[in-house]
Ligand binder design. Structure first.
Ligand SMILES: Nc1ncnc2c1ncn2[C@@H]1O[C@H](COP(=O)(O)OP(=O)(O)O)[C@@H](O)[C@H]1O
Ligand SMILES: *[C@@H]1O[C@H](CO)[C@@H](O)[C@H](O)[C@H]1NC(C)=O
Length: 304
């Protein structure tokens, strides 16, 4: 396949679609206080869904895949994905309530306090995944959850990659280590790009982003790039050859909403790497666009 052929392929983001209910407040309420919020709105959420919208805003042809509630209450979240021009034709519907996060955004600091209800949502299965025509994709990112099943899905991609006609058809695999409770051990050695959260890093006993990427590089496969975002400290990345980069955070004029900063970071890094920027520039893009996001509410109008 020619370079232009590769450019026509999509990025696929696999994970959860949620409903976020955002409450914007001037100060964080005390327990049992009765407060009025400054503003309240519904927004689609879920890591993969958020990253998909950012990638699509940046101009990348992007598809979202996950198990999605078929109930009426889920229709606005799905519609919002479509409003961002994210493709959704392969989602698998399930008659479950939509997972919902109630979020308090403290506009003073931009902090986001999240109470998440999973509500027994069904998970995507490897069997669902096996119905895809993988020729359409150049990059597949898996949220690091439902790991036993995701491991099988990655296996399907590996199998495909081992049998492609030309190297241009090889699909790049990425995932994230977000929550310590998910067993990531089997996924880490499978991917080409690994994103690690501060929370996960700290659960491994690492003190900063540089230590995290350096230590995790020993657990990934040959050729894998590792990145770690560390809130207002910015982010670090390391190439498979061991070259380390740090990028500082780009502080917006005022931090108003940090919900999904990490998802914006990942999406922007993937966007950069898809365009062949190399790690140093991709890190910068990640921090710059994530910083932009922190300075505004929601994900609209993000740009490079
Ligand atoms: N307060 C902030 N000011 C500027 N940039 C920020 C701020 N918080 C996060 N970012 C940017 O977003 C990226 C991801 O943030 P992080 O807090 O690590 O993600 P998550 O949303 O997963 O908790 C950081 O690397 C940084 O570039
Ligand atoms: C992006 O990576 C961060 C870790 O840097 C993680 O917390 C977040 O969930 C990831 N988002 C996706 C879509 O994987």
């Amino acid at each position: 396949m020619s370079a232009t052929g590769k450019q026509r392929k999509r990025v696929l983001m696999v994970g959860l679609l949620c409903q976020d209910i955002l409450n914007l407040v001037h100060h964080y309420p005390a327990e049992d206080e009765d407060v009025r919020c400054v503003d309240q709105f519904w927004q689609k959420g879920g890591n993969a869904a958020n990253s998909a919208c950012v990638l699509s805003s940046l101009g990348e042809s992007t598809e979202y895949l996950g198990a999605v509630s078929s109930r009426a209450e889920a229709s606005s979240a799905l519609q919002e994905l479509r409003d961002f021009s994210v493709l959704t034709e392969h989602v698998v519907y399930s008659d479950c309530p939509i997972p919902t996060s109630c979020v308090i955004i403290n506009m003073q600091t931009g902090s986001r306090t999240i109470v998440h209800g999973h509500r027994n949502m069904a998970e995507l299965t490897a069997e669902d995944f096996s119905n895809l025509d993988l020729h359409q994709y150049k990059w597949i990112h898996f949220e690091g959850r439902n790991t036993a099943e995701v491991c099988k899905m990655m296996g399907i991609v590996e199998e495909y990659n081992n049998n492609v006609a030309t190297p241009d058809d090889v699909i790049i695999l990425s995932t994230e280590c977000e929550k310590p409770k998910y067993k990531m051990g089997h996924l880490i050695p499978k991917v080409d790009v690994l994103f690690v959260s501060k929370e996960y890093a700290e659960s491994c006993g690492f003190c900063n982003a540089e230590e995290t990427v350096t230590k995790l590089l020993q657990r990934v496969k040959k050729g894998c790039t590792v990145l770690c975002a560390w809130g207002d400290q910015g982010a670090d990345g390391i190439t498979s050859g061991g070259t380390h980069y740090h990028c500082q955070a780009f502080a917006p004029e005022k931090v108003v909403d940090t919900l999904g900063a990490g998802d914006t970071f990942n999406a922007s890094v993937i966007w950069g790497l898809c365009r062949g920027t190399g790690l140093e520039e991709a890190l910068r893009l990640g921090c710059r666009i994530a910083g932009q996001k922190c300075g505004q509410v929601g994900y609209k109008n993000l740009h490079s």
